[in-house]
Design a protein around this ligand. Sequence first.
Ligand SMILES: Nc1nc2c(ncn2[C@@H]2O[C@H](COP(=O)(O)OP(=O)(O)OP(=O)(O)O)[C@@H](O)[C@H]2O)c(=O)[nH]1
Ligand SMILES: [Mg+2]
Length: 430
Amino acid sequence: MKVSTKVAIVQRRLRRERNLLFELKELAKAAGYDVVLELEQVRKPDSRYQIGYGKAKELAELVKEKDIEKVIFFNELKPVQIHNLSKLLGVDVIDRITLILEIFARRAGSKEAKLQIELAMLKKQLSYLKEQLHLAKLGELPGYLGGGEYIIDSYREHVARRITKIKRELEKIRARKNIYWRRRSLAEVPTIVLTGYTGAGKTTLFEALTGEKGYVDGKPFATLSTTSRRITIKGKTLIVSDTIGFIDSLPPILVEAFYTTLAEIAYSDLVLLVVDISEPCGEIKRKVQASLEALRHVGVFEDNIIAVLNKIDLVNNGLEEKIEIVKEYVDEFVLVSAKERNGLEILYDKIYAKTRKYQHLQLMINMNLLKKIWKILRKTKILSFQISDSTAILKIEIERSDLKNLFYQLRELDGDIKIKPINTSVKVRA
Ligand SMILES: Nc1nc2c(ncn2[C@@H]2O[C@H](COP(=O)(O)OP(=O)(O)OP(=O)(O)O)[C@@H](O)[C@H]2O)c(=O)[nH]1
Ligand SMILES: [Mg+2]
């Protein structure tokens, strides 16, 4: 039997910040670690050790005493802090970002996901190497005497080259995907996307909606890449997608890794925000806030969101208060149990009503094509018209069934025209 690595988890926080060690513990477990020590310190960050020096020495003692093999910090660590901490503690030290990347790396299936994760890891390493180089130059890095700088620098160059190469490969994959999404989101079939905090029950709901088996294991980030299926609700065909979960204060390096998922969400017609309503009020609020922040970041309009309050089978009391919390952020909600397949009929009704017959588009057109455009848009409702430099920016509303024809005509113009679907706050007109 493989014995898992014993780790300590540490969070330094200000008084007004929350203790999130319990979430870090779940992440550590998901990465296969055995958490044997939890340490918290309330103070300002220390530039050398993140926690105070005294606390760091205390930690060093505990690491020895408990045979701890790795220490995981909640706080993002600077290279110099990693360097100092590993020296003092005598074991590997990583932060939450690296931990999440480790989880992703264990589970990444697609080539794109693998590249995204490698890119994020290399970027982190690059900043670490820069710092090491700096220390080596100052002669503060034992073990690198004479030629140390050279060794580090040549490795740094290798990492930088690899980063460039991966970026290029990712661009290719994304360009291909972008075309695919554009085509799909502009097609007549409306798209729905399941979003929400990790563990909210997105995949379980996806299973309930599609009858398709997904990967559910109750650990954070069970789902890493998007899966889409066609479904029929009351005779209307829709495409529903399951996506990667959100997490609190997602570091920028990971936001980049999430890019594809987020783009997919931005292009969808309806966003279902799945919320685990069985959790305590404070947790519900924190997770709804974190999820909405991510959704806002990609430009999803609030009116396009339905909150799906899931795991209702586990709620015995306090339901009203919990609903009130969610309603502060999202107007529309449905109560369901994805696991027991309860409340789905009402969800179907809402989905049916909310998936629009109309699509809003933004057209960016070179001025010299304007005359021809008016002709094509004769029967189209124009929502706004703006001019910037030599480009006209038009927002239009069009029936989905007319989309194909419009694209055909625009293509015939053979000019510089950019088309982007936009999510809108327009309610359904049946
Ligand atoms: N009791 C109960 N448990 C549920 C329900 N829906 C999901 N779960 C459980 O919650 C856990 C997480 O469910 P998932 O469907 O994997 O959640 P997810 O949102 O896809 O999670 P990530 O893929 O990690 O983002 C699993 O253990 C599910 O069995 C529900 O309605 N009731
Ligand atoms: Mg999932």
